[in-house]
Design a protein around this ligand. Structure first.
Ligand SMILES: [Mn+2]
Length: 431
């Protein structure tokens, strides 16, 4: 008998991947681990008869001739399958997206870094043109959404998104998907969350509100990243780091931040993990909670020091600059020709202020385009200094009507910060 199984605490990605295998491998029977996530249990309560899946307790290991393992790479994570690990002739196929800590060695391995294991199986379903029902499409979409936070986690890839489109084309029902995803937080998550609320350490750093939540959690508990995100939203923090001790000497560090605050990626990369300015995580071995908290706090301070400064991202202001001797008509022509959002008026290098499109419209309405720009210069405007942080400049930009910030140092115009500069910075694109 060929069986397909997955990890205990079975989540939707695991269940979806098992069911996909029953489509791809005719005759394969899904073996459901004894402990499954509550929302998966709720789904099965209605759908189980439609799926080729049996509970673990009905399985006789002696009868197993071939094994397919999905969404798991370690014998410890399966439900009492160790006896198979030493069976020499057993054919093992692995479909998985966990790259670290592999102990199950397959005869054939399909292990790739995508957001959900079901994505890899769906690509195979598309290749083989295997038909799927709308009910299966719905379950498969639950698998992708459950593992990728509805495609919002940084682990999500374009491949997961492409398979999401394929499932929607094949009748996946979003009403059912949301109904089952809504239940993904259970009692153990509530306990972790209350603990976060009660024990988090909160501190301020250069005007940023930062929280650190450190606690032991039961191993295998998923959704910790969502709890960190929820906590940050709930408390209105700029950045939050969750440090979760998952067993004796392993902790998971998860960071979530407003992209305009500190760079989470810098912190988690220093711990051997990965991520982006707004989200990232790392698994650290061999440290107790207190040591980890101190390390993370230190790294947050270091990351604060490495903030991008205005002078590193600003542009040369030359094309925005006009002389105060011009008339409004002449200045307006330059602005239109160069397609600029505003002009900066400088007497030599001394910055006097700006001229906006609105000002020109006003001058035109009153028939005063032939008068000097001097009377129209707006001097009370938002500016930035070269040593300001890009984060501070972003806030200033919210208050700028012109969509640009003159960079001024001791009355002299040294640069200009445009929306383009800030976009390149936020999206971390090298210009
Ligand atoms: Mn998974």
């Amino acid at each position: 008998m060929q069986i397909v199984t997955s990890h205990t605490n079975t989540d939707f990605d695991a269940l979806a991947s098992m069911v996909a295998c029953t489509c791809l491998y005719p005759g394969a029977v899904g073996i459901l681990p004894s402990h499954i996530m509550p929302n998966v249990k709720a789904f099965l309560a209605i759908h189980q008869d439609l799926l080729r899946i049996r509970p673990r307790k009905e399985l006789d290991l002696e009868k197993v001739s071939a094994l397919i393992v999905v969404d798991a790479n370690n014998w410890n994570r399966l439900d009492r399958m160790e006896a198979l690990s030493t069976r020499k002739t057993l054919d093992i196929i692995c479909w998985d997206h966990h790259m670290e800590g592999v102990t199950i060695e397959g005869t054939r391995e399909y292990r790739e870094e995508v957001g959900a294991t079901i994505t890899l199986l769906l690509e195979e379903i598309v290749r083989q043109d295997t038909p799927i029902t709308p009910m299966q499409a719905t379950l498969f979409l639950l698998g992708i959404y459950d593992d990728t936070g509805c495609l919002t986690f940084s682990s999500a890839t374009h491949r997961d998104a492409r398979m999401t489109a394929f499932l929607l084309e094949n009748g996946a029902d979003l009403n059912i998907v949301t109904a089952y995803l809504a239940d993904t937080i259970d009692d153990s998550h509530s306990r972790v969350f209350s603990q976060m609320l009660a024990t988090a350490r909160i501190f301020e750093m250069e005007g940023l509100k930062i929280g650190i939540c450190a606690q032991p959690v039961e191993s295998g508990l998923t959704m910790l990243a969502s709890l960190v995100s929820k906590y940050r939203e709930f408390k209105g923090m700029d950045a939050v780091f969750g440090i979760f001790l998952t067993d004796q000497n392993k902790s998971m560090v998860i960071g979530r931040a407003n992209p305009r605050s500190i760079d989470v990626g810098l912190v988690v990369r220093a711990l051997g993990g990965g991520g982006h300015p707004a989200a990232g995580s790392a698994v650290v071995k061999g440290s107790d909670l207190e040591t980890m908290v101190n390390r993370v706090v230190q790294l947050i301070h270091d990351a604060g020091q490495k903030e991008t400064l205005v002078r590193e991202i600003m542009s040369d202001p030359a094309r925005f600059v006009v002389d105060p001797s011009l008339t409004m008509g002449e200045a307006r022509k330059i602005m239109a020709q160069e397609k600029l959002p505003a002009l900066l008026v400088c007497d030599k290098e001394r910055f006097l202020g700006s001229l906006s499109g609105e000002t020109f419209a006003k001058a035109e309405r009153s028939g005063r385009l032939d008068t000097s720009v001097k009377g129209y210069i707006k001097s009370r405007i938002s500016v930035a200094a070269p040593e300001d942080t890009a984060r501070k400049a972003l806030e200033r930009m919210n208050r700028s009507d012109d969509g640009l910030l003159p960079v001024v140092e001791q009355d002299l115009l040294t640069g200009v910060l445009t929306r383009g500069n800030l976009i390149l910075h936020i999206y971390d694109i090298q210009s």
